[in-house]
Design a binder for this molecule. Structure first.
Ligand SMILES: [Zn+2]
Length: 306
């Protein structure tokens, strides 16, 4: 105790910061406090309400491809700083921070892997790397992935997560939309399957190019999917957007995606689709799983670390 002007003040302070950090996370779906390990040890789905948290590229790959089969391609591609961008911080320092945080060199990791008996070319975007933004490296890596798929006659799967084009690269970012789309068209002309999985959020330049070009477009429950976000649309049109606007259920109802697949069902669903599209013999792919109802109170994904 210290005495100040005759009054007693305790020097013992219990602050929020003193609690063990990062062990618990508040679920945006059900507002329950959930043990973070419980989410991270699974596939990032709330055990109470099935809310889908954003997950990193490593967890995503581990949940989809057979262990030890992933061979990364084009791992060494890194972005230049063509505009010599300087704002509150430079593009170079933002990229360095993102690399430290995610262990990625840019916002997508691409490679070849096996899903069950099927060899695939797969790309995984991670929102934690500068909001999954598409600059020249993301565009080039996705293009090369699709071209590799075309050359080796492989199905291509891209797990999408993006806030849009990377403004730090200006026009070069926008050019990636045409380049990736052209590569997807050539892959399609070769008669090969292209599947996209839209996770929360998949928007803007990525949605306006390869994400929306899948032969089958799968959405995760509660994902925000669209071109401009609801806030921009509201401010531009000065009209309220309908409830649930641009969420998975809404875009499924309006025909923008083919199916909504809960994350635990994603791998068996991909296997079934690949089995069908690659003419695999019956018995090599799993039987259809029962459809799992989503709770009405679904509030859209948050991040595990939020
Ligand atoms: Zn929950």
């Amino acid at each position: 105790m210290r005495l100040f002007g005759g009054k007693k003040y305790s020097t013992i302070k219990v602050r929020k910061k003193d609690l063990p950090a990062g062990l618990w996370v508040k679920c945006p779906g059900c507002a329950e406090i959930v043990y973070k390990h419980e989410i991270e040890s699974g596939v990032g789905v709330c055990p109470k309400c099935r809310h889908h948290f954003q997950i990193g590229w490593q967890a995503r790959l581990a949940s989809l491809v057979e262990q030890g089969t992933f061979e990364e391609i084009d791992a060494d591609l890194v972005s230049a700083d063509p505009l010599d961008f300087k704002g509150q911080s430079t593009y170079v320092s933002k990229m360095q921070d993102a690399r430290r945080k995610t262990g990625m060199r840019d916002a997508v990791v691409c490679g070849l892997a096996a899903i069950g008996p099927v060899r695939v070319a797969i790309g995984v975007m991670d929102f934690a790397f500068m909001g999954g933004s598409m600059g020249s490296v993301v565009g080039e890596k996705v293009t090369r992935l699709v071209e590799r798929g075309t050359r080796d006659r492989l199905p291509v799967i891209v797990i999408c997560s993006s806030g849009g084009a990377r403004m730090y690269e200006g026009m070069l970012s926008l050019m990636q939309m045409a380049k990736t789309s052209a590569a997807v068209a050539r892959h399609s002309r070769a008669g090969l399957p292209f599947i996209t999985v839209l996770t929360h959020p998949t928007t803007a330049g990525v949605m306006a190019s390869y994400a929306s070009l899948g032969d089958v477009i799968i959405a995760e429950p509660g994902a925000l999917i669209g071109f401009a976000g609801p806030r921009v649309i509201r401010e531009t049109t000065r009209e309220e957007v309908p409830p649930g606007f641009q969420r998975s259920d809404f875009v499924l109802k309006h025909g923008l995606v083919d199916m909504i697949v809960p994350r635990p069902e994603l791998k068996p669903t991909l296997l079934r689709l690949l089995g069908y599209m690659c003419n695999l013999p019956a018995g090599q792919t799993p039987a259809p799983a029962p459809v799992e109802a989503q709770p009405d109170s679904y509030a859209g994904p948050g991040h595990v670390s939020s």
